[in-house]
Design a protein around this ligand. Structure first.
Ligand SMILES: [Zn+2]
Length: 224
């Protein structure tokens, strides 16, 4: 009996508190709202800052056409590759807005990493790392040119996937006896190939792209 009583008491109290609650809430909501802050006196309309009219840029595209040795200024450069380059990888999209357009593998467009490439000057032997430069407007094509890289069948190292770079940017991997198609947006182009570790194979392929044109590159452990 005693036990039940105390239980009842408890539940009654609980009911009372519950019943009291809505009232309290009602009271609260009935309280007059704090007077709204008087609207800030509108300042006299400021004239819109005049935006300088920027010249229409065709976009930012990587280019190594103007790349020179930082020591002697010569253009006689050998590509060593991405292996051992000390610079940090950067996200390509931020630096070159259009980089995704030239990268063949659509999966890599989103998180595309742009790696510095190590070069050696053949004139003074200086080694240096650099990202591509940005193509000047007169270096940019009106219509991009299609590039087809043909990796011809070779028994040597046939299982190894090679990395193809256009103007210092990796555009894709190519397996033995297969093609890799990509676009170039610049007139002067340099292509080089590395192994899967980023060590460049000797030789570069340079070509001048035509608006809307097509360039076929044949490669069999070297440019043919
Ligand atoms: Zn040099």
């Amino acid at each position: 009996m005693e036990y039940n009583k105390s239980l009842n008491q408890e539940s009654t109290m609980e009911l009372m508190t519950r019943a009291a609650q809505p009232q309290a809430m009602q009271e609260q909501s009935l309280q007059p709202q704090a007077p709204a802050e008087p609207e800030a006196v509108q300042a006299a309309p400021q004239p819109e800052p005049v935006q300088p009219v920027e010249p229409q840029s065709k976009g930012q595209y990587p280019s190594v056409a103007a790349l020179v040795c930082p020591s002697c200024g010569q253009k006689n450069l050998r590509v060593i590759g991405t292996k051992g380059a000390m610079g940090k990888a950067v996200l390509g999209a931020g630096m070159f807005g259009a980089i995704g357009n030239m990268v063949a593998d659509s999966r890599s467009k989103e998180n595309f990493e742009l790696l510095p490439v190590k070069y050696q000057c053949l004139s003074c032997k200086t080694k240096f790392d650099t990202l591509p430069l940005t193509a000047t407007d007169d270096e940019v094509l009106d219509v991009p040119c299609t590039v087809v890289f043909h990796r011809l069948s070779s028994a040597v190292g046939m299982a190894v996937s090679q990395q193809v770079f256009l103007n210092g940017v990796k555009v894709g991997n190519v397996k033995n006896n297969s093609d890799l198609e990509f676009l170039t947006f610049t007139k002067n182009n340099t292509v080089f190939v590395t192994d899967q570790y980023g060590v460049a194979f000797p030789g570069t392929y340079t070509f001048v792209a035509q608006n809307g044109g097509r360039e076929d590159i044949n490669y069999k452990r070297k440019f043919l």
